[in-house]
Design a binder for this molecule. Structure first.
Ligand code: GLN
Length: 534
C-alpha cells in the first residue's frame, strides 16, 4: 500500500479566515489531478460534537450520511469534493478526552498517570491516522480549528509536531493561513501579524512549509519576498488568497497561485494530470452570468447568523446555477411574523422556505408563513420542522382540527399530528440521540418530488425526533395533502405535498446536506424552477 501523505492546515492572526475553504479548495485541486483526498476537521472545544450546540455558537450542525453531527466545514468539504465524509472526519477535544477517559476506566493504561502528553496527543494522532488508514485515500488534509496561540489548540499543534517528526517532512507538511491587513491611513499591506503568527507556531515547534495570506488587495512582490524571508519559507510557497465574490472561485485562484503544485512537490508526489476543472468552471460561469433571478424568503429563527443555514444557502447557490438563475435569499425571523403583518412581510417573494429548527420560539410565525404560501399558491418548500409546520397548518386550517400541533411544542395537543417517534420515547440523553443520518425514502411515481428526482427510491439524511403521526394518514390524504414519500422499513412519512398547489413540498429529511457543486439537489433545483415559472 502506498504511504498516506498528510497536510495540516493551521490558522493565525484571527479566526474566520476561511481555513475550511482553503482546505476544500486544495483538496479539490489535488482530486482534479487524480489523487484521492479526504479532509478532516479537528475542533478544540470540549463538546463531544456540535450537535448540542446552539446554531448561534458555531453555525449549522452538519450531518453526515453515517449520522455524525459535525462542524459545518464538513459541508464545504462535501460540496467541493463530491465525496461523503463520516464521523472520523470531525474530532473534537471532547471526543478525544471521552475516549482517553473510557480507556482509563477500562484499565488500558495499566496504572500509569494519564496526561495530556503523551495520552491526549497520542489519541489525537490516532484520530488523524484513522482517516488515512482505510486505504481509500492517498492524501489526508487535516484542518486544525481555532487560532495558533490558543490554549486549547496546543495539544493539537503538539500532535502535529510529533507526527511530522515521526513521518518525515516528505510525508507531512504544514500550511499556515494568516491575514495581511491593509492600513488605509498609510495605504500599505502589513506583514507583521503574519510574522508574529509564524513565530508563535515556531515556539510550538513547527516551521510551516506553505503560507497562505488572506488579503483584500493583491500582494506585491515585495510583500511576498518579505514574508518568505522573515518567516523562513520558500518564495514560491507564499500564496495569495485574495477576497473573491464566491467561495467557489477559491480553487481556481489557488490553482493560479500553484498551491497544488507546491504542495505536491513538497510531498514528493508527481503533479498528476492537468486538473480537470471544466465542470467546475462551467458552474462558476453560470453562477456569475444568470439569465433569470428569483426572490426567495427563508423563514427561520436563527436568521441573525447566516452560518446557521449554511447548507441551505449553498444548496440554493448550486440550484440557482443549475437553472442559470440568481437566487436572492432573504432571511426573515419567524418571531417577527404575526397575524397583523404576515401578508406585508411575505409580499413579493417568488418562493418561500420554512427552515428546520427546534422548540417553540417563533413557531406560530412559521405556521402563518405556510398558510400564506399555501393560500396564495406561492411555491413552498418546508424542511424538517418546516414540513412539520406545513402539516400542522393544513390540519388546523383545511381539516378543521382545532388545536392541532406537534407534541414537541404542546405535549397535550388535542390533535398531535406531529408526534415523538416511538424509539425516541425512552431517550433521555440529548447528545447524538436523534434519528440521524441516511434512511431510504420511497417516492410516489408522478408526484412533484418524483418529477425532481426521477426515481422511486432515494436516500436522504435526517436529524429529528418528531414525525408525522400516521394515525391521521387517511384524513390528510382525503383532505388533499398527500404523504408521497415514506420510509419503507418504518412507514415514517418523509414527504408531503399538496397536488392542487403550484409547488408545495415538505420534507422530513435535510436535502441541503447532500447538495454539491457538481450534484445540485433535485428538490432545490425543482423548487427554484417553480419559483422562476411563478
Ligand atoms: N424539532 C423537530 C424534530 O425534532 C424538527 C427538527 C429539525 O428541523 N431538524 O423533529
Amino acid at each position: 500500500m502506498t504511504e498516506v501523505k498528510y497536510i495540516f492546515v493551521t490558522g493565525g492572526v484571527t479566526s474566520s479566515l476561511g481555513k475550511g475553504i482553503i482546505s476544500a479548495s486544495l483538496a479539490k485541486l489535488l482530486q482534479a489531478r487524480g489523487y484521492s483526498v479526504t479532509i478532516q476537521k479537528l475542533d478544540p472545544y470540549i463538546n463531544v460534537d456540535p450537535g448540542t450546540l446552539n446554531p448561534y455558537e458555531h453555525g449549522e450542525c452538519y450531518v453526515t450520511s453515517d449520522g455524525a453531527e459535525t462542524d459545518l466545514d464538513l459541508g464545504h468539504y462535501e460540496r467541493f469534493l463530491n465525496v461523503p465524509t463520516s464521523q472520523a472526519n470531525n474530532v473534537t477535544t471532547g471526543r478525544i478526552y471521552q475516549s482517553v477517559i473510557n480507556k482509563e476506566r477500562r484499565g488500558d493504561y495499566l496504572g500509569k498517570t494519564v496526561q495530556v502528553i503523551p495520552h491526549i496527543t497520542d489519541e489525537i494522532k490516532r484520530s488523524i491516522k484513522l482517516v488515512g488508514s482505510g486505504g481509500k485515500f492517498e492524501i489526508v488534509i487535516t484542518e486544525i480549528g481555532g487560532t495558533v496561540g490558543d490554549i486549547e489548540s496546543l495539544p493539537y499543534i503538539e500532535a502535529v509536531r510529533q507526527l511530522r517528526w515521526e513521518l518525515g517532512p516528505h510525508n507531512c507538511i504544514v500550511i499556515h493561513l494568516t491575514l495581511v491587513p491593509f492600513l488605509h491611513a498609510s495605504g500599505e499591506l502589513k506583514t507583521k501579524p503574519t510574522q508574529h503568527s509564524v513565530k508563535m507556531l515556531l515556539e510550538e515547534g513547527i516551521q510551516p512549509d506553505v503560507l497562505v495570506l488572506r488579503t483584500e488587495h493583491s500582494l506585491t512582490e515585495d510583500v511576498r519576498r518579505k514574508v518568505a524571508l522573515f518567516c523562513n519559507v520558500e518564495a514560491g510557497a507564499v500564496v495569495e488568497s485574495i477576497d473573491v465574490s464566491t467561495i467557489y472561485e477559491v480553487p481556481v485562484r489557488m490553482q493560479q497561485e500553484m498551491l497544488d503544485l507546491t504542495v505536491l512537490r513538497k510531498l514528493g508526489l508527481s503533479p498528476g494530470h492537468d486538473p480537470a476543472l471544466d465542470e467546475w468552471k462551467e458552474f462558476l460561469y453560470k453562477l456569475k452570468n444568470p439569465v433569470h433571478s428569483v426572490n426567495i424568503a427563508l423563514v427561520g429563527k436563527y436568521v441573525e447568523l447566516a452560518d446557521a443555514y449554511k447548507s441551505i444557502s449553498e444548496a440554493f447557490i448550486h440550484a440557482g446555477a443549475a437553472n442559470e438563475t440568481a437566487v436572492n435569499l432573504t432571511f426573515i425571523h419567524s418571531e417577527e411574523i404575526d397575524e397583523e403583518n404576515y401578508r406585508e412581510k411575505l409580499a413579493g417573494y417568488d418562493g418561500i422556505v420554512v427552515a428546520p429548527g427546534f422548540g417553540s420560539r417563533g413557531i406560530e410565525g412559521k405556521i402563518l408563513t405556510v398558510n400564506h404560501a399555501r393560500t396564495n399558491d406561492i411555491p413552498f418548500f418546508g424542511i424538517c420542522l418546516g414540513m412539520q409546520c406545513a402539516v400542522i397548518e393544513y390540519a388546523r386550517n383545511v381539516m378543521g382540527l382545532d388545536g392541532a400541533h406537534s407534541t414537541e411544542i404542546n405535549p397535550k395537543a388535542k390533535h398531535p399530528v406531529i408526534d415523538l417517534m416511538e424509539e425516541q420515547k425512552s431517550v433521555t440523553e440529548k447528545g447524538g440521540t436523534m434519528r440521524l443520518g441516511s434512511y431510504n425514502c420511497e417516492i410516489l411515481h408522478g408526484s412533484e418530488s418524483w418529477k425532481c428526482y426521477r426515481k422511486e427510491e432515494v436516500t436522504e439524511r435526517h436529524r429529528h425526533r418528531y414525525e408525522f403521526n400516521n394515525k391521521y394518514l387517511a384524513d390528510f390524504r382525503n383532505a388533499g395533502m398527500l404523504p408521497c414519500g415514506t420510509n419503507p422499513q418504518s412507514g415514517l412519512v418523509e414527504i408531503v405535498e399538496i397536488p392542487s398547489h403550484r409547488w408545495f413540498v415538505g420534507v422530513q429529511f435535510h436535502p441541503e446536506y447532500s447538495s454539491t457543486v457538481l450534484r445540485p439537489h433535485p428538490l432545490f433545483v425543482g423548487f427554484v424552477k417553480a419559483c422562476i415559472k411563478k
